[in-house]
Design a protein around this ligand. Structure first.
Ligand code: UDX
Length: 449
């Protein structure tokens, strides 16, 4: 198939490159000339594992980039809208989506062959039908469902694993206004013969995307609330509690051989210092705003956000149990990114933790294997930045792990060599209490073994 992908941000570029790898001919379109040139040089503007290799492999043959949207629409059968939908605290901003739809509609005016326009951006339910379709119709003077097709196909890509997630999808959701559009969209993913494909209308596809992220965020806040309770209960460990809970066959079904079929969702329900990133906080808040605009209270999701906002406070509370005042206390912060394998600090729990510690007079020496430059933009000279894990630990009275980086598994050996040992606060429950003289873990009650 011939496809144009409008917007070469994170979702657009990963989708474009992966669709080319699947055998389609892809034209990536962006208004930013510098970005387009960079892509055409085989240099990805974003870092994502495996992306550069696939970009270079397909460039010039099945993949090109351009600023000429009209030509791209004319030369392809399907256009995918993958532009940003920033959240301003009240609602998502749809101006880029609307603008992309208008420009595609403009190009459709002079195109006689049938074309399908697919929304890939995360948008609130109803956007494809009541914003994108009218914009396309007005600009083109043509009728959706008759002269051209419209659909919605959400992405479920995890940052850092986006290429792998695209190439091995656990589900493909196709929302469309009619069966012809569905048929064309289905061809996009023909190579995925064994993937679960759910065909529905656009509004449902939009709702699935928000609901999926909201459920995962809810599970995390649920674990965090239970973990905070376990911490106060004494001799109770949230990790063990969740293991016991998830042995329920309704959560992790047992196969005929007596073993669990589904790898337990415990892998995605770990208590920690809170969720961050560009998706969970934004998507949950956008769904709350959408629900409230329709008169729903959205009280469960409201609580999910509130718990998550308060969760970094657990790190401060654990420190305060051991230090009467944090004034002048030297704290090594390990992990700044919102999750491992990325330098992305958006909504990272490290941000409120560091701000509070600085306010309370602690001396922060921070280390992250890749997020140092991002952190410098946020904290400037208010903290110091370590080059290595060893450097971060030097002279520290306390160490707080905020991101589950594999590199921190070396911590026991390094801490054991220190006299006296610093207090270790494990915000991601990745280490063993037994390895340290003084250890505090999220969700781990006082006297736990
Ligand atoms: C998420 C969804 O997983 C993905 O399906 C969607 O398309 C985009 O949003 P991503 O934001 O890349 O992906 O990160 P993810 O790995 O899901 O982690 C999100 C946050 O939750 C991180 O801050 C992480 O530390 C936290 N988290 C994750 C927990 O606190 N506990 C867990 O058990 C898992």
């Amino acid at each position: 198939m011939k496809i144009s992908v409008v917007g070469t941000g994170y979702v657009g570029l990963v989708s474009g490159v992966c669709l080319a790898e699947l055998g389609h001919t892809v034209i990536c379109v962006d208004v930013d000339t510098a970005k387009v040139d960079q892509i055409n040089r085989g240099d990805s503007p974003i870092y994502e594992q495996g992306l550069d290799e696939l970009l270079q492999k397909n460039l010039g043959t099945r993949l090109t980039a351009t600023t000429d949207l009209e030509r791209a629409v004319h030369e392809t059968e399907l256009s995918m809208i993958a532009v940003g939908t920033p959240f301003d605290g009240r609602a998502i901003d749809l101006s880029f989506v609307r603008q992309a739809a208008e420009m595609i509609g403009d190009a459709l005016k002079t195109k006689s062959a049938y074309h399908v326009v697919v929304v890939k951006s995360t948008v609130i339910p109803g956007t494809t039908d009541s914003v994108v379709t009218p914009a396309l119709e007005n600009a083109s003077g043509k009728k959706a469902g008759a002269d051209f097709g419209v659909g919605m196909n959400p992405e479920f890509l995890r940052e850092g694993d986006a290429v792998a997630d695209f190439m091995r999808p656990d589900r493909i959701v196709l929302g469309a206004c009619d069966s012809r559009s569905h048929g064309v969209m289905r061809q996009l993913y023909e190579p995925f013969t064994s993937a679960n494909i759910l065909s529905t209308n656009s509004r449902t596809a939009e709702m699935i995307k928000y609901t999926a992220n909201s459920l995962l965020a809810t599970l995390i806040s649920f674990s965090n609330e239970i973990g905070n309770l376990c911490k106060k209960s004494g001799e109770v460990d949230v990790a063990e509690v969740m293991k016991g809970v998830h042995l329920d066959k309704r959560l992790s079904p047992i196969g005929e051989n007596g073993r669990r079929i589904v790898p337990a969702i415990t892998t995605f329900i770990e208590a920690g210092c809170g969720f961050g990133g560009s998706c969970f906080p934004k998507d949950v808040k956008a769904l709350i705003a959408y629900g409230q605009s329709l008169g729903e209270s959205m009280s469960l999701l409201d609580a999910v956000i509130r718990i998550n906002r308060e969760q970094p406070g657990q790190i401060i509370a654990m420190l305060k149990k051991h230090f009467h005042s944090l004034q002048g206390v030297s704290v090594a912060i390990l992990g700044l990114a919102f999750k491992p394998e990325t330098d992305d600090m958006r909504e990272s729990p490290a941000i409120p933790v560091i701000h509070t510690l600085v306010e309370q007079g602690a001396r922060i020496h921070a280390f992250d294997p890749v997020a140092r430059n991002e952190a410098k933009k946020l904290f400037g000279d208010a903290i110091t930045y370590a080059e290595t894990l060893e450097d971060a630990l030097a002279d520290s009275s306390a160490v707080a792990i905020l991101t589950r980086w594999d590199a921190f598994k070396r911590l026991p050996r390094l801490v054991q060599a220190m006299h006296p040992q610093p207090l270790v606060i494990d915000g991601r429950r990745m280490l063993d209490k037994k390895d340290f003289d003084r250890y505090e873990g999220i969700g781990m009650g006082e006297r736990s073994l």
